[in-house]
Design a protein around this ligand. Structure first.
Ligand SMILES: Nc1ncnc2c1ncn2[C@@H]1O[C@H](COP(=O)(O)OP(=O)(O)OP(=O)(O)O)[C@@H](O)[C@H]1O
Length: 583
């Protein structure tokens, strides 16, 4: 947030404008001409007035003035339209650039950091929040600059006509500025508060919608709805509070700042009566004063929008400044084999360390299991292997090379991560599986699906492989979703498979099907499985017992039963629960 404050909105926009800078500059030039053409008619109106006062009878004189006024009006409209079109075009380019940078940033950030924030909140910033600055950016640059220029031009002319009356016409401005400053006191805080509350409302809405199944199943509809309505009320309250704080000052400022005519008229009367100004100049001053008001109001209106844009820019900047996984672009040293080694690895979420010096070796082609009590750090170890984050201390090597020295894309090719909640995109089933290997032919996809026991149920779907999987795979059952994600991993054909063992779909039929597809997936691979049911890993080459962020013991099942009291205890508990199931 801070760094955005160092830069003005304009310099920030220009930074993103890139190839569109020219369009913005042209837009400003066209807008300035448009505004100029907008205030030239005041002179010609004054001329008409002078003609009427002085008894001019030549019709052509009036027709000429009217012609010029019409021409100016036409120029004003046409140039304004060109300016706005150019500015809109440039702004869409800038927004596309911002979105490209944001999505690129997400791909460079540690995956774990991306997953930690709700996907809804990134979507909200990338799509909606960025979109909401389009109108402001498109209008603000040409309009604000040109409308700021007009009052200055008008004032210069007014000063040349009669500087005393011009100064007197501005009496209300300092007063208005005082009220404007009062309005600005605490505005930043109130405004930021509205942003925080609106974001909270947005997150609560996303949570409510995403969790609707659980909410209904556990009868939490009322409390969850209350949380949502509370967030909505707090959102509304902070806006009302903001309005309440600044309403009076804002109205005073908006009344006084453009009130030049009110102060000018009595003085013009006095000056005219005492012969210090003639009728034409008096008229001209009155007409020019009218021309001060509307550009001024446009600028004032944009100040508010500029503030909103500033806060969105701060949100975008805060994402762009997030930490990245630093990886080289090219591979300096080729890994030898597919072994993985942790050397004194420490890792923590935020400030709390959860892994305290892990040392482990996963041999190429071996079957490995991570077991241990809930919260002991099994998933964290698996996610570090998958490069979701970097360790805070220590090293993880792949084939003898530190994974920090391997380009991320190269490393990712070696890992297939199959979790319980693998995401299915709102694409066809065919494309969802093909994501494992974008170059795979339809035939390869179908073969992978067959190997994972998906083919039959896919063929029974309304459009077979062309059926849309639905948001997060919602059109498919849990077991079906899981088998599709296993097929996707199989198509990837990565040498290392990390399997967050499923516990969710444990009906016997599905379990057998999932186990069979897993067996096909892992043939000849290095497997790391986070095991919740010990019977499934009893034959593993190496079982790592994770406890409180440490590897307490490792070895085969037989070895562990002898040397690890924790494992023995877990195994006995598992056997007992199996017996109970059978009984
Ligand atoms: N994203 C996160 N942010 C903060 N803390 C986290 C995060 N993920 C896990 N933790 C904490 O880190 C510790 C280890 O969690 P981890 O998920 O690795 O354990 P686990 O052994 O896989 O647990 P389980 O068997 O219940 O899945 C726990 O204390 C957990 O609360």
């Amino acid at each position: 947030m801070d760094s955005s404050k160092k830069k003005s909105t304009f310099s920030w926009v220009l930074e993103f404008a890139g190839m569109y800078k020219g369009s913005y500059i042209l837009s400003i030039i066209f807008a300035s001409i448009s505004v100029l053409a907008g205030f030239v008619p005041y002179f010609y109106v004054a001329k008409i007035v002078r003609g009427l006062v002085e008894g001019e009878k030549d019709m052509n004189f009036y027709l000429l003035q009217c012609g010029i006024i019409s021409l100016c009006w036409l120029i004003n409209k046409i140039f304004h339209s060109i300016s706005t079109t150019l500015s809109h075009k440039a702004t869409f380019g800038v927004l596309a650039q911002i979105r490209r940078k944001l999505t690129k940033k997400l791909s460079l950030m540690p995956l774990g950091d991306v997953l930690e924030d709700s996907s809804g909140s990134y979507k909200n910033i990338i799509v909606e929040r960025v979109d909401s600055i389009e109108t402001t950016l498109a209008h603000i640059i040409p309009e604000m600059i040109s409308n700021a220029v007009v009052p200055i031009g008008i004032l210069v002319i007014m000063f040349t006509i009669n500087w005393k009356l011009t100064l007197l016409s501005l009496i209300s401005v300092p007063l208005g500025m005082i009220f404007y400053s009062l309005m600005m006191v605490g505005l930043e805080e109130s405004f930021n508060n509205t942003i925080v509350k609106t974001k909270a409302l947005n997150d609560t809405a996303i949570e409510y919608i995403n969790g609707i199944e659980v909410i209904k199943a556990f009868g939490k509809t009322r409390s969850s709805y209350e949380k949502f309505t509370m967030a909505a009320k707090e959102g509304a309250d902070c806006f009302i509070e903001w309005m309440r704080r600044c309403n009076l000052w804002q109205n005073m400022a908006l009344t006084l700042l453009p009130a030049q005519l009110l102060t000018l008229l009595p003085f013009v009367g006095v000056f005219y009566m005492s012969g210090k100004v003639d009728g034409t100049d008096a008229m001209l001053l009155i007409i020019l004063t009218l021309g001060l008001v509307s550009p001024f109001m446009v600028v004032a209106g944009h100040m508010d929008n500029l503030k909103k844009t500033g806060s969105i820019i701060a949100e975008v900047t805060s994402i762009l400044e997030k930490r990245e996984l630093i990886r080289p672009k090219t591979l300096k040293k080729k890994p030898v084999g597919n072994s993985i080694e942790f050397k004194d690895v420490h890792f923590g979420y935020s400030k709390k360390e959860v892994l305290h010096g892990i040392n482990l070796t996963i041999k190429e082609g071996s079957v490995n299991a991570l077991v241990g009590p809930s919260g002991s750090g099994k998933s964290t170890i698996a996610k570090l292997i998958a490069s979701f984050w970097d360790p805070d201390k220590g090293r993880i090597t792949y084939g003898g090379v530190d994974i920090k020295d391997i380009p991320l894309a190269d490393y990712n090719k070696n890992i297939a991560y199959v979790s319980q909640d693998n995401y299915l995109f709102d694409e066809t089933v065919m494309e969802n599986i093909r994501m494992g290997n974008p170059d795979a032919l339809d035939e390869d996809v179908i073969n992978a699906a067959k190997a994972c026991g998906c083919h039959d149920f896919i063929m029974k779907l309304e459009k077979g492989y062309d059926t849309i999987a639905g948001g997060a795979g919602g059109h498919l059952s849990g077991g079906e979703r899981q088998r599709i994600s296993i097929a996707r991993a199989m198509l990837k054909n990565a040498p290392i498979v990390i399997l967050d063992e499923a516990t969710a779909y444990t009906d016997p039929e599905n379990e057998a099907l999932v186990q069979r597809s897993v067996a096909k997936l892992i043939t000849g691979k290095t497997l790391i499985v986070i095991a919740h049911r010990l019977s499934t890993i009893s034959l593993a080459d190496c079982i790592f017992v994770v406890n409180k962020g440490n590897i307490e013991a490792f070895g085969s099942q037989d070895e562990l039963l002898k040397k690890s009291p924790l494992y023995k205890q877990m195994w006995e508990a598992h056997i007992t629960s199996k017996d109970l199931e059978v009984a």
